[in-house]
Design a binder for this molecule. Structure first.
Ligand code: NAD
Ligand code: HE2
Length: 254
C-alpha cells in the first residue's frame, strides 16, 4: 500500500515506537493521519504537522480499554471526518507483569475491540469497502521473555488473532498483518516488573544484548505498510525487516 494520499488511523501513534513511526508515515504524505492515544502531546502533533504541512494530522484521546460501544462512537466521529479509512494501526501496549488484568485488557482485549469496532464500517458483508489492519504485536509473541509471561502471552494472543483476521479476509474484505518489533529502545523497556518478581533485573539483563532504535523500527514499519502483505508476520529486529514463516503443527481442515 502506497502511503501517499491514504487515510490512516494510528492507535498509540504518540508512543516511543509510535511517534517515530508517525514521523516516517507523515514524510510519505498520507492525506490524513488520525492519531488515537491515551497520552496527549500537542507538541508532538504540532511537530508532525510541521514535518509535512500537506498532511492533515488529527488527534483524539482514546483509551483502548473503554467499552466497545465507546470505541464505535469514536470511530463514527473519525469516519464522519475522513469518509474513508485505508489503514488502521493498533499499537497500544503496556509492559508490567504486576498488572495482569490490565495487561490483557490493553494488549489483547483493547486491540480486539478496536478491530471489532472498525469492522462495523469496513465489513464487506455490510456493504463496507474493506480495509487493512496492522497490529503491533511482538517477537515475544513467538518466543516469550518468560520472566514476563503475562506480557508475552498477551502478544502471542494478538499474533494469533492477527493471523486469523488475515485468513478471514475473503469473508470480511479486511486484510491484516502483524508488526513484531524486537527489543527497541523506548521508555516501555527501560524498567518493568517481572511476574511475581521472578527476575527483578529483567530489564537490565535484556539491555546487555543488542537492541534497535525507534527510528530503525519506524523505517522498517513503513516498509511493511508499503508491502501490504495479508497474513505477513513481520519481524522488525536489530534494524532488519524479515518475514517469519510460521510452522504449521495442526490444521483444522476448515
Ligand atoms: N519497545 C519494545 O522493545 C517493543 C518490542 C515489541 C513490541 N512492542 C510494542 O510496541 C508498542 C509500543 O510500545 P513502545 O515500546 O513504543 O512503548 P511506549 O510505552 O512508548 O508506547 C506505548 C503506547 O501505547 C499507548 N497506550 C498504553 N495504554 C493505552 C491505552 N489503555 N489506551 C490507548 N493507548 C495506550 C501509550 O499511550 C503509547 O502510545 C506496544 O504495543 C509494545 O508492546 C515494543
Ligand atoms: C526489554 C523488554 C522488551 C519487551 C517488549 C518486547 O515486546
Amino acid at each position: 500500500m502506497a502511503i501517499a494520499n491514504k487515510n490512516i488511523i494510528f492507535v498509540a501513534g504518540l508512543g516511543g515506537i509510535g511517534l517515530d513511526t508517525s514521523r516516517e508515515i507523515v514524510k510519505s504524505g498520507p492525506k490524513n493521519l488520525v492519531i488515537l492515544d491515551r497520552i496527549e502531546n500537542p507538541a508532538a502533533i504540532a511537530e508532525l504537522k510541521a514535518i509535512n504541512p500537506k498532511v492533515t494530522v488529527t488527534f483524539y484521546p482514546y483509551d483502548v480499554t473503554v467499552p466497545l460501544a465507546e470505541t464505535t462512537k469514536l470511530l463514527t466521529t473519525v469516519f464522519a471526518q475522513l469518509k474513508t479509512v485505508d489503514l488502521l494501526i493498533n499499537g497500544a501496549g503496556i509492559l508490567d507483569d504486576h498488572q495482569i488484568e490490565r495487561t490483557i485488557a490493553v494488549n489483547f482485549t483493547g486491540l480486539v475491540n478496536t478491530t471489532t469496532a472498525i469492522l462495523e464500517f469496513w465489513d464487506k458483508r455490510k456493504g463496507g469497502p474493506g480495509g487493512v489492519i496492522a497490529n503491533i504485536c511482538s517477537v515475544t509473541g513467538f518466543n516469550a521473555i518468560y520472566q514476563v509471561p503475562v506480557y508475552s502471552a498477551s502478544k502471542a494472543a494478538v499474533v494469533s488473532f492477527t493471523s486469523s483476521l488475515a485468513k478471514l479476509a475473503p469473508i470480511t474484505g479486511v486484510t491484516a498483518y502483524s508488526i513484531n518489533p524486537g527489543i527497541t529502545k523506548t521508555t516501555l523497556v527501560h524498567k518493568f516488573n517481572s511476574w511475581l518478581d521472578v527476575e527483578p533485573r529483567v530489564a537490565e539483563l535484556l539491555d546487555e544484548h543488542p537492541t534497535q532504535t525507534t527510528l530503525q523500527c519506524a523505517q522498517n514499519f513503513v516498509k511493511a505498510i508499503e508491502a501490504n502483505q495479508n497474513g505477513a508476520i513481520w519481524k522488525l529486529d536489530l534494524g532488519r525487516l524479515d518475514p517469519v514463516n510460521w510452522t504449521k503443527h495442526w490444521d483444522s481442515g476448515i
